[in-house]
Design a protein around this ligand. Structure first.
Ligand SMILES: C[S@@+](CC[C@H](N)C(=O)[O-])C[C@H]1O[C@@H](n2cnc3c(N)ncnc32)[C@H](O)[C@@H]1O
Length: 219
């Protein structure tokens, strides 16, 4: 597992090469977009926004012109790339540099969509749980959490590919950007979240879990 500092240094160096992962990420992102009802969103928060590719897609094609987007990332390189990418959307889009904490400087109930694509599996297990708790705090009741992670394979080919991925992660996590195949659904407590869409999809043997979960009212 990469520490926060190691992950920051990795993604500072990796930079725009992140977009080359589109060959397996895009199909999963399509599923998230199809199920995330972004057209009715008013305020989107993205944790680990990377180069801003998803932000640009949301702002250009899916969000209402009055909806706001805020992306957070700890990598200076990624923040610079994302800011350049969403600059044309003016005050509708803000990219915030963080210190790697999963607690964001935002008010409770500030958003109705919280998304994080291919990030939570980089975090330490305690940070994964804390990020889901933060999503719960930030979302309004009824708001949607969208998550995509690399996961275990579900066909013979993807089981083999993801088995190798897992082994490589255990030996040298940097080789796979710190991404450990996980089952993200296990992070969502039933008394807090209703999973409205859950699917595992693989491209070129690389398996992605896509989840859309609705935040329950506090009990
Ligand atoms: C695999 S990339 C995914 C980027 C983007 N979401 C995408 O799908 O293309 C992981 C991103 O998470 C960011 N990241 C990793 N750990 C983080 C942390 N603790 N806090 C904020 N961002 C983090 C990295 O800097 C990087 O931009």
């Amino acid at each position: 597992m990469l520490s926060r500092g190691e992950a920051r240094r990795f993604y500072d160096r990796f930079g725009a090469r992140q977009d080359r992962q589109a060959f397996y990420e895009d199909a999963a992102v399509d599923v998230l977009v199809e199920n995330g009802s972004f057209e009715s969103a008013r305020s989107v928060v993205e944790f680990g926004c990377g180069t801003g590719r998803f932000a640009e897609r949301l702002l250009r094609d899916h969000l209402d012109a009055r909806a706001e987007y805020r992306g957070f990332d700890q990598s200076v390189t990624m923040v610079d790339l994302a800011r350049a990418r969403v600059g044309e959307f003016g005050s509708r889009a803000e990219i915030v540099q963080t210190d790697g904490s999963v607690e964001l400087d935002l008010a409770a109930g500030c958003c109705d969509r919280f998304v994080s694509n291919y990030v939570i599996e980089i975090l330490a297990p305690e940070d994964r749980a804390a990020l889901i708790a933060e999503a719960y705090r930030l979302l309004v009741p009824g708001g949607l959490l969208g998550l995509i992670t690399v996961t275990h394979g579900c066909s013979l080919v993807s089981q083999a590919v993801m088995g190798i991925w897992h082994a490589v992660h255990n030996l040298r996590p940097r080789s796979v950007g710190g991404c450990e195949p996980i089952v993200a659904r296990e992070l969502l407590a039933e008394d807090r979240w209703v999973v409205e869409h859950g699917r595992v999809l693989s491209r070129w043997g690389i398996a992605s879990e896509i989840l859309v979960a609705r935040r329950r009212e506090a009990s």
